[in-house]
Write a protein that binds this ligand. Structure first.
Ligand code: DC
Length: 223
């Protein structure tokens, strides 16, 4: 089985990049952020009053996590429930970043990720794929771009209503803060994994970034 590990900074376009690579090679694309997001939804549904070690431990003991592909689209089930329409809600994004650092929860997600990679050719995208989840991946790519370039992309994607409420400077500051938090957190900090190729796409569009990724992969694996 082939394992391609994609990590990188927030707003670098990791998901679209990983999806494009998976399509080019006919591999599965596993979005690991969605596993954490689905767990956050299930945690919320569980009615726990707050996020703490005790509650997370009780929650994790009680869950079964399954990743399925339906008409080519990833669906994450937690105890048989899929939370697809809710995964990207702002409230869930915030809760996900609170629950994701707990080691006991990450260990559960680790099993799901590794079991998937054992049985399938995969482009796996996340924060700690090359460093922790698949340290022996055939190819590791760390995608990044200058923080201003990432902020400009993010700002362009905002809806007209959000643009009216948010300035470019705020988007830039938010990304700078996220970069700091992601790389300084105690559990699974974002870092360039050993053996990873750093791809800076500050001056590349999505297709050019995917083409570069394909070149990197072809240099490492002969198919
Ligand atoms: O990639 P994303 O924004 O969908 O990730 C959602 C959240 O999950 C974000 O808070 C980072 C976290 N995450 C993580 O801790 N480890 C991963 N491998 C993927 C995501």
């Amino acid at each position: 089985m082939y394992q391609i590990a994609i990590d990188g900074t927030s707003g670098s376009g990791k998901s679209s990049f990983a999806k494009g690579l998976a399509k080019a090679f006919g591999f599965y694309y596993l979005n690991t952020g969605e596993i954490y997001r689905a767990l956050a939804c299930a945690y919320k549904q569980g009615g726990y009053a707050e996020v703490n070690e005790e509650n997370i431990t009780a929650f994790v003991e009680d869950i079964e996590v399954k990743v399925d592909f339906e008409e080519g689209k990833q669906v994450v089930y937690v105890n048989g429930n899929s939370y697809t329409p809710y995964l990207r809600l702002e409230e869930i994004s915030a809760l996900t970043s609170q629950v994701a650092p707990f080691k006991i929860l990450r260990a559960r997600v680790l099993d799901v990720q590794r079991n998937f990679a054992k049985e399938n050719n995969v482009v796996m995208e996340g924060r700690d794929i090359g460093s922790t989840v698949l340290p022996n991946a055939d190819v590791k790519i760390f995608l990044t771009a200058d923080v201003r370039a990432r902020a400009e992309r993010r700002y362009k994607e905002l809806s007209p209503e959000d643009k009216a409420k948010t300035s470019f400077e705020e988007v830039l500051k938010d990304l700078e803060e996220r970069d700091y938090r992601d790389s300084h957190r105690a559990v699974a900090p974002l870092k360039v994994a050993e053996g990873a190729v750093v791809l800076d796409n500050s001056n590349l569009n999505l297709q050019e970034t995917i083409d570069e990724g394909i070149k990197i992969i072809r240099q490492k694996i002969k198919m």
